[in-house]
Design a protein around this ligand. Structure first.
Ligand SMILES: C[S@@+](CC[C@H](N)C(=O)[O-])C[C@H]1O[C@@H](n2cnc3c(N)ncnc32)[C@H](O)[C@@H]1O
Length: 420
């Protein structure tokens, strides 16, 4: 266990805008034992990272065997983190304290926050020395923006608050987003989990936010929850799954925004998180265009609301005209017109994927459309058609599993127009 009483000077790297607490002279402490599976490196393995050791991989593989959805869960958690940071930054918060940072990966807090607000200040806190090393190695070249890393333990919140690197970056009289994402389930009740969060909450100025996610047994079978807990028993921290009633008190008297405490994908999902990146590698396409098309292809229904719940294709040219009139370039506006006609000559991969997204979200399987995507996948990856089909089918099945929830959500929010 590390202690941060030995607070070292804060170095400012003026080239990158990064400040490093104990960075340049950092050495792995002798306590670092790569033979013990570490929560950060197991999580890195779930995310497909390579910053993990044999012991981490073995424990992570055992956890995945017990709970095959773990890699998906880890990605979903990262996406939640991104949406929540974007939301907080969008609400004007400019200071982020991310405790239990994890090994840096795409979509890290500083990346998201500083994309929205380049002046956002981010302080990372983690008790894994490997996290700090990688944070430095992977992110040192990051463009200007104020980000610092503190090696400290969440179980000693006063020490985090006293740390000079925190004081140097964060003005506690101004709003802060305190982030405890997928970390509190490594703190036991006996270690004072509730008191720790209260201590941190209490120093926050009005207008601050608490971004929190937590492992819960509420959605798992008894057996898989027990197995997950068993696997983490030999890891660097035990896994403490808490039911809803155990998580809610962490928020104290904070008001919930949006849908409140819900399963990760239900917290303000956006079209931007469509799973275009899950398609097998090798198929080149414009991800931005596909996301744009998936989000806007039905926009013509604004003009033809009767087609929201009834048949009709008048919304297609209307949507195209609407986007074009607002200066949207043809390569993006086209999807409003093409999303239902994938058999036309000149149909691009982007067209096919937008059409596929249109069907997949409601779990509608269209053989002809899928065949065309499979053909392109097979050609691009050199795989057999059946292999490409299996990969696509697996993806569509997983996306489809969630369709009843999406359709129920849509049914619960009927669109009212002047005409009905
Ligand atoms: C599952 S990862 C979550 C990473 C990131 N917050 C996310 O959600 O993507 C948990 C992280 O918490 C860190 N961690 C675990 N126990 C901790 C503690 N007592 N103090 C500080 N960090 C801790 C681990 O090192 C790891 O980086």
């Amino acid at each position: 266990m590390m202690h941060h009483e030995d607070t070292a000077a804060v170095d400012q790297d003026t080239r990158t805008g990064w400040e490093w607490a104990r960075a340049d002279d950092w050495q792995p402490p002798s306590e670092l034992d790569t033979g013990i599976p570490h929560t950060a490196r197991m999580y890195d393995y779930y995310l497909g990272g390579k910053d993990n050791f044999e012991a981490d991989r073995q424990a992570a593989q055992a956890a995945i065997a017990a709970y095959p959805a773990l890699p998906l869960l880890a990605r979903t958690n990262r996406q939640f983190l991104g949406r929540a940071v974007e939301f907080a930054a969008g609400r004007g918060i400019r200071q982020f304290v991310d405790i239990g940072t994890g090994i840096p990966t795409v979509g890290s807090t500083n990346e998201v926050a500083q994309r929205v607000a380049p002046d956002a200040r981010v302080v990372y806190v983690d008790n894994d020395p490997i996290v700090a090393t990688h944070a430095r190695a992977l992110l040192a070249g990051h463009p200007a923006g104020h980000t610092s890393v503190i090696e400290a333990d969440l179980r000693d919140p006063e020490a985090i608050l006293r740390h000079p690197a925190l004081g140097a970056a964060i003005d506690l009289s101004q709003p802060v987003a305190l982030m405890l994402v997928a970390v509190l389930h490594f703190i036991r009740d006996e270690e004072g989990a509730q008191q720790i969060v209260r201590t941190l909450r209490e120093v926050l100025a009005p207008g601050s936010a608490l971004i929190l996610s937590h492992g819960s047994p509420d959605f798992a079978s008894r057996e898989s929850a027990a197995e997950g807990t068993r696997i983490y028993r030999s890891a660097s921290a035990p896994l403490v799954l808490r039911p809803r009633a155990g998580v809610e008190p962490f928020f104290g008297d904070f008001e919930f925004v949006g849908p409140g405490l819900v399963q990760l994908p239900l917290w303000r999902p956006t079209a931007g998180h469509l799973r275009t990146t899950e398609l097998p590698e090798g198929l080149a396409f414009d991800h931005h265009a596909v996301r744009y098309g998936a989000a806007t292809h039905d926009i013509g229904k604004v003009v033809h609301p009767e087609e929201l719940s009834g048949p009709g294709s008048a919304h297609e040219p209307a949507g195209h005209a609407l986007l074009s009139a607002r200066g949207v370039p043809e390569e993006l506006a086209r999807f409003a017109r093409t999303h239902a006609s994938w058999g036309e000559p000149g149909t691009t991969t982007e067209d096919l994927l937008v059409s596929l997204a249109d069907k997949a979200w409601k779990n509608q399987r269209v053989r002809d459309l899928e065949d065309r995507v499979v053909e392109r996948l097979a050609a691009a990856t050199g795989r057999e058609r059946w292999e490409a089909f299996l990969a696509l089918d697996d993806l569509l099945t997983r996306i489809g599993e969630d369709a009843p929830r999406r359709l129920a959500l849509q049914a619960a929010h009927p669109v009212r127009t002047g005409r009905n």
